[in-house]
Design a protein around this ligand. Structure first.
Ligand code: ATP
Length: 616
């Protein structure tokens, strides 16, 4: 059996959600109830009506026993029994209404909370996603939100009704017999002590369970995405074991929660039963001594059992729910409390954007997290980058793998913020510009384009949702993809599968070029595909790219010398620095690194040539 623990076998403690005080959780969660206050009032009102009808039941029982059966009033038997049935009917009728309002309220609140969470999630910086497992984030949005909501709806309603029930029952009980009421209160201190123990120890248990669920989801997500690698390496058995290890963590975590409840729940129930026993004991004596009627004792026991101990038991159940919700809320609030990328920017790019791009002494390091979860810059990846791209120019970036080419271009749409220096578009510092305005003017075509699991049409229209059919077809033709799309079984309405698995790399590339053409942004970032496509396809892609680049400022991460030759400027990047710059001819004449590279470049990619020169 393999001892290899597998990728990311442990939950990263850096991203543990710290426990939040119960008060904060309740206060923040209640905000979601505000827009539906009338529903909340409705559900509590129905619960109270149901409770009132219920409270009549012991009283009617006493009447039936003492005033009808014991007193021998035969004629009152039917009306009293009907009254009792009527009280039950009313109780359940209000209950049904309460459940219906409650369900609607619950689903509205989940919807709002989930949408708000997703909206925040989408606006978090790319670096935030770099550090998280997708499965973990999904667990927070889908499962944790449900848990939080349970606290909110069930908690508020059941909690308030249980409390009122306890108070109401105590009033009736006191009216029947103050002595017996004091007897009924004997188990109370133990009930409170039990609740305190459970509350104070619960967070750890629930956090472990939530983290285990997240870790399992993260693994599942990763493996489903990498199913081809799993199969190609024949790692099914290995993955079975990894899955079992995480599922076992979840099993253990859930069992810990259940074990605590297995002690706590029955112990609290027993204390309630003990109370009933004590009431019967002392109450029996009172009846035997003629100080209490049998019907009164029965009514007292019903109040104590149904409206005193039972709601206390429910409060304990609620406590369990509250603790689960606290753990889940901490994970949800972690996302809601993370600062979105560039909040509060007002400025927009002055239009029409000509496409002049300037980097002034830009430095960058990817953010990392230290052991206590604080963010700080890691090792420098870009050092003192300065460049100027005139409108419409093509800038080619070449350099060994890991040199920082992708990082350099990713600063332009502000996927990451420079640690020093500034970037200007048409003389405007992009740091002060709203992200929607900035990104609307930049198109990106990446090496492995991402297609959404929809139709070809939807994927192209992603570039501009309101484009007309003619514009869509024109973009597809210009991107040389109209022909192959027309040959697909459903044409533009064919589904591309997850990440576009049903299409070849060359086809995906052209669809993403069509998307960029439709977006029609003045600045283009292009990561040339390295995947080998046949010469005919390569020519089609090249043609499409030339149409796309025409009249736009383009940053091309070039992998082929043929592309670089046509560039207005070539930037040679090594270890985060621009080491040479100029046109192809200028760089050849300078007889530096680029010239050495050009000399050995044949059919291999530029990166391979760098490697052959022994350069990193
Ligand atoms: N999201 C990230 N978080 C932390 N470090 C990163 C991240 N992305 C890249 N790096 C690191 O930054 C450095 C530059 O990476 P970058 O992807 O910019 O190189 P590149 O020149 O584009 O390489 P390639 O041609 O292989 O794509 C590398 O050392 C890489 O390990």
């Amino acid at each position: 059996m393999s001892t290899h623990p597998g990728f990311g076998a442990h939950t990263d403690p850096t991203f543990r959600s710290a426990p939040r005080p119960t008060g904060e959780v309740i206060r923040r969660v209640s905000v979601y109830l505000k827009p539906y206050w009338y529903m909340a009032v409705g559900t509590v009102a129905c619960a109270l009506m149901s409770l009132a009808a219920g409270l009549a039941y012991p009283k009617l029982t006493r009447l039936l026993i003492d005033e009808v059966i014991v007193a021998g009033r035969r004629e009152w038997l039917t009306p009293a029994a009907l009254g009792l049935i009527g009280a039950f009917f009313l109780r359940e009728a209000f209950n049904s209404l309460r459940i219906r309002i409650n369900n609607r309220l619950e689903q509205n609140v989940i919807f709002d909370m989930r949408c708000q969470l997703y909206a925040r999630l989408q606006r978090l910086p790319v670096s935030w996603f770099d550090q998280r497992a997708t499965g973990d984030v999904m667990t927070r949005v889908i499962e944790d939100v449900n848990q939080v909501e349970r606290l909110l709806i069930d908690g508020t309603e059941q909690g308030s009704v249980a409390l009122l029930s306890i108070v109401g029952a105590m009033v009736f009980m006191w009216l029947y017999s103050p002595t017996l009421t004091l007897v009924a209160l004997i188990p109370a201190p133990f009930l409170v002590a039990g609740a305190l123990w459970y509350t104070l120890t619960a967070h750890r248990r629930y956090r472990r369970q939530r983290e285990a669920a997240s870790a399992l989801n993260a693994l599942l997500m990763d493996n489903l995405q990498g199913i081809r690698e799993v199969k190609a390496c024949g790692r099914e058995d290995h993955e079975d074991r990894r899955f079992a290890a995480r599922a076992d963590e979840l099993r253990k975590g859930t069992l810990t929660v259940m074990l605590a409840w297995a002690w706590y729940g029955p112990a609290m129930q027993f204390l309630g039963a003990l109370g009933i026993g004590l009431i019967l004991w002392v109450g029996g004596k009172l009846v035997l001594e003629g100080r209490m009627e049998v019907g009164q004792l029965v009514a007292f026991m019903l109040y104590a059992g149904m409206f005193f101990y039972e709601p206390i038991g429910r409060l304990h159940g609620l406590n369990q729910m509250l603790q689960a919700a606290r753990a889940a809320a901490a994970r949800v609030f972690d996302i809601l409390d993370t600062e979105p990328e560039r909040p509060n920017r007002k400025a927009v790019l002055r239009t029409p954007v000509r496409g002049e791009v300037v980097y002034e002494d830009v430095c960058f390091a990817y953010p990392t997290h230290d052991a206590s979860g604080n963010i700080r810059p890691g090792r420098p990846v870009l050092r003192h980058i300065s460049l100027r791209a005139e409108p419409g120019q093509m800038i080619a970036l070449v350099g060994p793998t890991g040199a920082g080419k992708s990082t350099l271009v990713h600063l332009l749409p502000a996927f990451y913020e420079p640690t020093a220096g500034r970037i200007l578009i048409d003389g405007q510092d992009i740091h002060h510009v709203r992200l929607d305005s900035l990104r609307a003017h930049i198109s990106i075509v990446s090496q492995e384009p991402f297609l959404f699991n929809g139709t070809v049409r939807e994927n192209i229209l992603y570039g501009r949702l309101d484009a007309s059919e003619e514009e869509l077809l024109a973009a597809a033709r210009a991107a040389n993809c109209h022909e192959f799309i027309s040959r697909l079984p459903d044409g533009y309405d064919s589904r591309v599968g997850e990440r576009g698995v049903k299409l070849s790399v060359g086809e995906k590339q052209r669809i993403s070029i069509a998307r960029a053409l439709l977006k029609n942004a003045p600045i283009l970032i292009l990561d040339e595909a390295t995947a080998s496509v046949d010469t005919a396809t390569e020519r089609l892609i090249q043609e499409a790219l030339e149409r796309l680049m025409a009249g736009r400022t383009s940053f091309v991460i070039a992998h082929r010398l043929s592309t670089v030759r046509r560039a207005d400027q070539i930037l040679v990047i090594r270890q985060g620095e621009i080491v040479e710059r100029g046109t192809h001819d200028e760089l050849l004449a300078a007889n530096g690194l680029y010239a050495r590279l050009a000399r050995i470049q044949d059919t291999r990619s530029i990166e391979e040539s760098f490697a052959r020169l022994g350069l990193t």
